[in-house]
Design a protein around this ligand. Structure first.
Ligand code: IMP
Ligand code: MG
Length: 187
């Protein structure tokens, strides 16, 4: 029988499941350390869809109370304007006084999406807006932006797995890897 194995499409594993787990444990303890007052509301916002696996693992390791919500956002890459943010799913509650927001992101690339979203949520009155990103490709940056919390820097390679996709595939891989070039060439 000839079964398809998506692991065969991966050229190189950049971060193993075990390495990711250690990073996520460290990031969760950063949250407990930096948001120590349990009665102050902390909202973790999962940036869909790439952060869904990271968010799920991260929130299980946090000990202080957290609220969760999701947003789906993207920035228009064809424009230089800084105001262009496309929101296809917004927060359930848009009034945000007395809430600390921590945006949970899979990867920072140009930096446009997180820079714009942070400004928008501050405008809506959140007490604080920070970002925790699992990955960062600083060599790709187009705007001045640094995430407040970072898992690890990676080289300028297109990565998949642990929530990250290529053409909506590979999100379910338990590790982060680089695709074989022929996968791009065949599509
Ligand atoms: P930016 O920082 O505004 O350019 O947008 C970052 C978004 O681009 C991430 O949230 C991902 O959805 C996507 N992205 C950037 N680099 C990669 C990658 O290597 N693999 C998969 N998605 C990526
Ligand atoms: Mg994303």
């Amino acid at each position: 029988m000839n079964t398809y194995n998506i692991n065969d499409d991966i050229a190189e594993v950049l971060l193993s499941a075990q390495e990711i787990d250690a990073i996520v444990t460290r990031l969760a303890s950063d949250i407990d350390r930096d948001y120590p007052t349990p009665h102050k509301r902390l909202l973790l916002v999962c940036i869909l869809k790439g952060s869904i696996v990271f968010m799920g693992d991260l929130m299980k390791k946090v000990h202080r109370p957290v609220e969760i919500d999701c947003m789906k956002v993207s920035s228009y890459s064809h424009t230089v304007s800084t105001g262009e943010l496309k929101i296809s799913l917004d927060l359930t509650r848009k009034d945000l006084p007395d809430i600390d927001i921590l945006l949970i992101e899979d990867i920072i690339d140009s930096g446009k999406t997180m820079a714009r979203l942070t400004a928008l949520l501050k405008d809506r009155g959140a007490t604080s807006v920070r970002c925790m990103s699992l990955l960062d490709k600083p060599s790709r940056r187009e705007v001045n932006y640094t995430p407040d919390y970072l898992g690890t820097v990676i080289p300028d390679k297109f990565v998949v797995g642990y929530g990250l996709d290529y053409d909506e595939k590979y999100r379910a891989l338990p590790y982060i890897g680089v695709l074989k070039p022929e996968i791009y060439e065949n599509t």
